[in-house]
Design a protein around this ligand. Structure first.
Ligand code: SF4
Ligand code: SF4
Length: 312
């Protein structure tokens, strides 16, 4: 009997990525995440299903989409020959999308099979081999669709491809167990060492994340702890010292990776009908990240900036 094909929801696949692990990689972005970080630069990955996005600037006012919508979620915008979408009424059925010749209405996310993913990721095997690269599953959160993630990773290992996940670390042991046997590297965010501060930033405390990192460590998986630096929120001396100390006590930690805060994802919020509620942050000094990296060298742990390592 033919084995049932596992499928899942992705938003996109990016080839030739350099920031999502060592070497040249293909990154598979899955839909769905249990956290809701205030500064999230991929808000379209947070829900685990395909969702409508509306790009008002592309709309030419043909109005054909209005009658297509069974939810009456599309209407003429006041004083303007364009439409607006009521995302509270919209159930993301996608009926309106094919009506729009301007790509103003677009579905983000689609269901794909593991087979389809493998057809894409195996194309660049030669680049992985020459750069010590491979495949990274990111998101969203790889643990959110752990059957799907586990099967992609298993198939990659079958193809002698290095595997990594970029994870927020939030999930159950059962979900982790589905991917661990096929995992070469876990890149896991620790966004704050204090649980109540973590909760304020992400909507969840960090106790489960810390336990999961230790669990992955006990399973002998190499780990990189990643800190997205949010100025004024988690970049103090004390917070960084706590995270570096925690990392230093892991048996399989390769080091810490520091990411710089940016606002490139902010326009996406409007397109999917949600508000960006992160308080504004003063513009950062040009050398902010470099200075943070320098100051963290005192903790005597490797600081791993994947792109830089590749260039070296
Ligand atoms: S179909 Fe597209 S271009 Fe026409 S009104 Fe709707 S969103 Fe605008
Ligand atoms: S996705 Fe469906 S419910 Fe949402 S606006 Fe389009 S037709 Fe209406």
């Amino acid at each position: 009997m033919k084995k049932a094909t596992i499928s899942g929801y992705i938003s996109n696949i990016e080839r030739y990525t350099l920031h999502d692990g060592p070497g040249i990689r293909t990154t598979v972005f899955l839909k769905g995440c249990p956290l809701s970080c205030l500064w999230c630069s991929n808000p379209e990955m947070q829900v685990g299903y395909p969702q409508l996005a509306y790009f008002e600037e592309r709309c030419n006012g043909c109005l054909r989409c209005i009658e297509k919508c069974p939810q009456n979620a599309i209407s003429i915008k006041q004083n303007c020959l364009q439409v607006e979408v009521d995302f509270v009424k919209c159930n993301h059925c996608g009926e309106c999308v094919d009506t729009c010749n301007m790509d103003a209405l677009v579905m983000i996310g689609k269901r794909v099979s593991v087979e389809e993913i493998m057809n894409t990721v195996t194309r660049d095997k030669v680049f992985y081999q020459h750069s010590n690269g491979g495949v990274t599953i990111s998101g969203g959160e790889p643990l959110w669709q752990s059957d799907f993630s586990g099967e992609i990773l298993r198939r990659c290992k079958e193809n002698q491809i290095h595997t990594a996940i970029q994870s927020c670390g939030y999930g159950t042991k059962e979900q982790i167990d589905r991917i661990i046997p096929f995992l070469d590297l876990a890149i896991i965010d620790l966004k704050h060492y204090d649980s109540s501060a973590h909760h304020k930033l992400t909507g969840k405390g960090n106790e489960d994340i810390i336990e999961n990192i230790k669990y992955i460590d006990n399973n002998k998986i190499p780990i990189v702890i990643q800190i997205p630096l949010i100025p004024g929120f988690n970049d103090s001396e004390e917070t960084l010292k706590n995270i570096f100390n925690f990392t230093g006590n892991l048996k399989n930690a390769l080091g810490v990776s520091l990411l710089q805060y940016h606002t490139m994802g902010v326009p996406k919020y409007k397109h999917i009908g949600i508000s960006y509620i992160m308080p504004s942050i003063d513009s950062l000094p040009a050398d902010y990240l470099k200075e943070k990296i320098e100051s963290c060298k005192k903790y005597n742990l490797p600081i791993i900036q994947f792109m830089d390592d590749y260039l070296l």
